[in-house]
Write a protein of this length. Structure first.
Lengths: 154, 85
């Protein structure tokens, strides 16, 4: 399991190659990459800065990955979240999950992203033409997390 | 007893402090009591920590609710709902 909170960018191809190296039992890898958009809530976004709670962040991500591993057959996973100053088109977050079969990889990847959105201690501040503003949490993120309270296994 | 309290993001800016030591009575103490002490400061503290405001509390780096116990030496963090990802 690779968990990293970092300023530096990441390379999806390299991360997936590392994730599946020397593990011939892996039959599926699902990945998600989150990006900085140039527009949010009707304003153009020139830049964004990401703050986090260093003592808690890695632990929170590890707990989310462990919970996913309880629910699905996961062989390995990588979670990378960037902090600091980011600009439109920059990559913010990567989640990649390796499993034997696709359903576990797809479901666990989405589960990890949904929980990361509502329980990992990161906060975005956007720079817009009206000034800097903290991004508000979205109700839809909370709803997305809650739908996992009853896991549906196929 | 002394509790280390951390603030993040919008709340850190509004309170004008990122970290402090708060003195609480010894004995059985819950998160709710710490919040009462902070609200009693009035102004932005009373406003931002009022019932119905959206904020989260973590005790020793784990999300916690109002009835979670806190002890001397614990680290409590108060922050807005998270917006990463």
């Amino acid at each position: 399991m690779k968990i990293s909170v970092q300023i530096e960018d990441f390379d999806l191809g390299r991360e997936v190659t590392e994730l599946r190296a020397h593990q011939p039992q892996i039959g599926a890898v699902a990945s998600f990459v989150g990006l900085v958009r140039d527009i949010n809530d009707g304003s153009t976004v020139a830049a964004m800065s990401l703050e986090h709670y260093p003592a808690m962040t890695e632990k929170a991500l590890r707990d989310i990955a462990a919970e996913a591993a309880q629910r699905w057959q996961i062989i390995d996973a990588t979670i990378i979240h960037r902090i600091g100053d980011l600009y439109p088109t920059d990559q913010i977050v990567l989640v990649a999950v390796a499993s034997m079969h696709r359903h576990d990889a797809f479901a666990a990847c989405e589960f990890i992203m949904d929980f990361l959105k509502t329980s990992a201690p990161f906060w975005k501040k956007e720079l817009t033409p009206q000034g800097a503003r903290w991004v508000d949490a979205r109700e839809t993120d909370e709803t997305a997390t809650q739908r996992w309270t009853k896991p549906s296994k196929r | 007893m002394h509790i280390k309290v951390l603030y993040f993001a919008r709340l850190r800016e509004q309170f004008g402090v990122s970290e402090e030591i708060v003195e609480l009575p010894d004995g059985a103490v819950m998160v709710a009591m710490l919040l009462d002490v902070l609200r009693a400061r009035g102004g932005v503290w009373a406003e931002q920590l009022a019932a119905g405001q959206a904020y989260r509390v973590a005790v020793n780096q784990e999300l916690a609710d109002q009835v979670a116990p806190i002890e001397a030496g614990d680290e409590v963090a108060i922050f807005p709902p998270v917006t990463g990802g």
